[in-house]
Design a protein around this ligand. Structure first.
Ligand SMILES: [Fe+2]
Ligand SMILES: [Fe+2]
Length: 390
């Protein structure tokens, strides 16, 4: 392996470690998604051990150094560097005998800012240099590691229950939103949190969660925090609540809707707002957003508005998240689009269908986050089947 290839192999290994840590912010350590990234990391380390007696990385300020020289830092490496700094790791050496258990324990301790001194033992396959950070434990940020299949299923049931007009458990949704906010603060890439759609009957649920995630990401990028950020997330998760009152056959129709079916579909903003208005613990912003999210920025959408209507900012942000998730998944008339093509199309909508400034901000945000994704990640997020998404 020549020098350039060696550096690239080190970068690949560190990217895999960063992705594993990002996944652990969302899922538990034993989740299959985490396992996949961890396995990639182990493979990269083994490949490097064929070239080097051991792999040592030094953490210096905001840089990671290999053989004394800083590695070209992208967003992913910056996140990793931040995690090392937060945990007080000054350098790390992966010895040839490093085991899967060593790596799991290291990732878990790094993620939780736990006691890394367990790696002081020379028998371990991993050696750490540490600084003591007083009070580091007290600064630990809560993480969202509870997104198990059971929990997702429970939330999907909660969504489905809306159609039978059962009272909505707003606390469950609020905890999901709070979990995502904590995970994104903890350096998890929101794009990695987007849930892929595998079955048509999961569409409304997964789309709703994804719009909530994208709303939170937009809000954080604009410096919004606290209750308003929670409300933005809730509004995204509930924007399509009215679809539960539209015939399932229309919602799940894989092709184009007839005029009559489209008229039915167009009732979902009003029906959603009416439903949410009567529910306890639902932010007013979610009611307004459900009502306004198809009005378009130029007010040429639906429901029709009286002249001089002023759109809520949260509705305008939700339109952007909604459009992105729809373009990401809509495949009836086109092949799947990659990130640059989606962003290019959204730019053509800026100032007409979508608020110009918010769209520019969103594209900047998505482009930065997209660079941090492993190759093929966006493809993984595409649904297996075609679906009607708007
Ligand atoms: Fe909608
Ligand atoms: Fe939607």
């Amino acid at each position: 392996m020549n020098r350039d290839n060696l550096i690239q192999a080190v970068l690949d290994a560190l990217h895999s470690l960063a992705q594993t840590l990002s996944m652990v912010s969302l899922y538990s350590l034993d989740h299959p998604h985490v396992h996949t990234f961890k396995t990639n990391f182990m493979k990269s380390i083994r490949l490097l051990h064929g070239e080097l007696p051991e792999l040592s990385i030094i953490v210096f300020n905001n840089d990671l150094l290999f053989e004394g020289k800083p590695l070209a830092g992208d967003l992913s490496l910056k996140r990793l560097c931040k995690s090392f700094n937060k945990a007080g790791v000054e350098h790390v050496t992966f010895k040839p005998g490093v085991t899967d258990t060593d790596i799991s324990e290291f990732i878990s301790l790094l993620h939780n800012c736990g006691d890394l001194s367990v790696f002081k033992n020379d028998n371990r396959g991993l050696k750490l240099g540490m600084v003591n950070i007083p009070g580091a434990d007290s600064e630990m940020i809560a993480s969202y590691n509870d997104l198990t299949q059971d929990r997702l299923q429970g939330l999907q049931n909660l969504y489905n229950a809306m159609s039978t007009r059962e009272p909505l458990d707003s606390k469950q949704l609020m905890s999901l939103v709070g979990g995502f906010i904590a995970a994104f603060r903890n350096e998890c890439n929101p794009l990695m949190a987007l849930i892929p759609i595998r079955k048509m009957d999961e569409y409304t649920f997964t789309h709703s969660v994804n719009v909530g995630i994208l709303n939170i990401a937009q809000g954080m990028s604009l410096g919004i925090s606290g209750e308003l950020l929670n409300d933005l997330g809730m509004a995204g998760m509930l924007h399509d609540a009215g679809k539960m009152f539209v015939d399932m056959a229309i919602i799940q129709k894989p092709g184009m809707l007839t005029d009559e079916e489209f008229e039915m579909m167009k009732t979902h903003p009003v029906r959603g707002a009416q439903y949410l208005m009567g529910q306890e613990g639902i932010p007013k912003l979610a009611v307004i957003t459900a009502f306004e999210h198809h009005m378009r920025y130029d007010l040429h959408g639906y429901p029709a508005t009286p002249s001089g209507w002023s759109l809520n900012l949260c509705s305008q942000m939700t339109m952007i998240s909604d459009t992105f998730d729809a373009l990401r998944t809509k495949r009836v008339y086109k092949d799947p689009w990659d990130l640059p093509k989606i962003c290019g199309h959204m730019l053509t909508l800026a100032g007409g269908q979508l608020n110009r400034d918010l769209t520019y901000n969103f594209i900047k945000l998505i482009t930065e986050m997209g660079q941090d994704l492993p190759p093929g990640q966006m493809d993984d997020l595409m649904p297996a089947k075609e679906c009607y998404c708007e």
